[in-house]
Design a protein around this ligand. Structure first.
Ligand code: G3P
Ligand code: MG
Length: 254
């Protein structure tokens, strides 16, 4: 049911490195992490880049918006200096560069499709098509464990991903699970439900598992909470605290 690693580094390296950068992946690797969650959105010219916020100002200095900036400009932007001077020069990664690095290091990926509002369909389609192309061998071989899992808060993006590349697995991502979660997951042929650990209850966890879906939570930052939700049947989670929770967290099996 859950063929994937159980503990993932959120945004590459959690809170130990600038999010969604290659430096974050290196940091995760240094802590033994070989599984990661990260966010993808499209540039003005329709190229996937690894960013969480559609607007500049937090991880990237200045004013601007990913959807109004060509990829050639985005990749020159510093995405590390905000976090610390030792990370200055770390740039916004292209999606293809980022997943190729993960592949080269044997890092499994939960790819969160994070469309800039208004770009749900094109982002879902682009990410699914690129993922299928990059993992064509693994898909052909039925190597489920090696193929990334796509997730999104945008059901529209997931629908576009399904239409473009139905064989790349999908997960519905919810902050609070809506009453109709099961119908949405069925319509999207999702394999898993990803949800905010804050709002999860043992009853909801049981319902997800009884319906046959994988269950994954974000963002679990203490070993105690990890232990608690795993006991409810949660299959996996991502964490910001890769220093507190190891990739082989007790009972998880890594
Ligand atoms: O994919 C789980 C989690 O990353 C969703 O929240 O805002 O950190 O992308 P956010
Ligand atoms: Mg995310």
């Amino acid at each position: 049911m859950w063929p994937y690693p159980k503990v993932l580094a959120h945004r590459g390296g959690g809170t130990l490195a600038p999010e969604n950068t290659i430096a974050a992946l290196r940091c995760g690797l240094a802590y033994g992490y070989k599984a990661v969650e990260f966010d993808v959105m499209l540039s003005k010219d329709g190229i996937g880049v690894i960013m969480h916020d559609p607007d500049f100002g937090r991880t990237v200095a200045g004013e601007g918006n990913v959807a109004r900036t060509p990829a050639s400009d985005l990749v020159r932007k510093d995405a590390g200096a905000w976090f610390g001077p030792q990370f200055a020069g770390e740039t916004v990664p292209l999606f293809t560069e980022f997943i190729d690095y993960c592949r080269s290091q044997g890092i499994w990926m939960n790819i969160e499709i994070k469309p800039v509002p208004g770009h749900e369909t094109d982002t879902g389609r682009w990410v699914a098509q690129k993922t299928r192309a990059r993992f064509s061998e693994e898909l052909r071989a039925g190597d489920t464990k090696a193929v990334p899992l796509l997730s999104s808060f945008s059901m529209e993006a997931l629908a576009a991903a399904r239409e473009a590349a139905p064989e790349v697995p999908r997960a519905c991502l919810f902050d609070t699970m809506p009453a109709g979660w099961q119908a949405q997951a069925a319509a999207l042929e999702a394999v898993a439900i990803h949800t905010n650990q804050k709002h999860l209850t043992p009853e909801l966890a049981q319902a997800v598992k009884a319906a046959g879906y994988g269950l994954f939570c974000y963002t679990v930052n203490t070993p105690e909470r990890a232990q608690e939700i795993l006991a409810w049947g949660v299959d996996g989670f991502c964490t910001d605290r890769i220093d507190l929770i190891g990739p082989g967290f007790a009972g998880c099996g890594g």
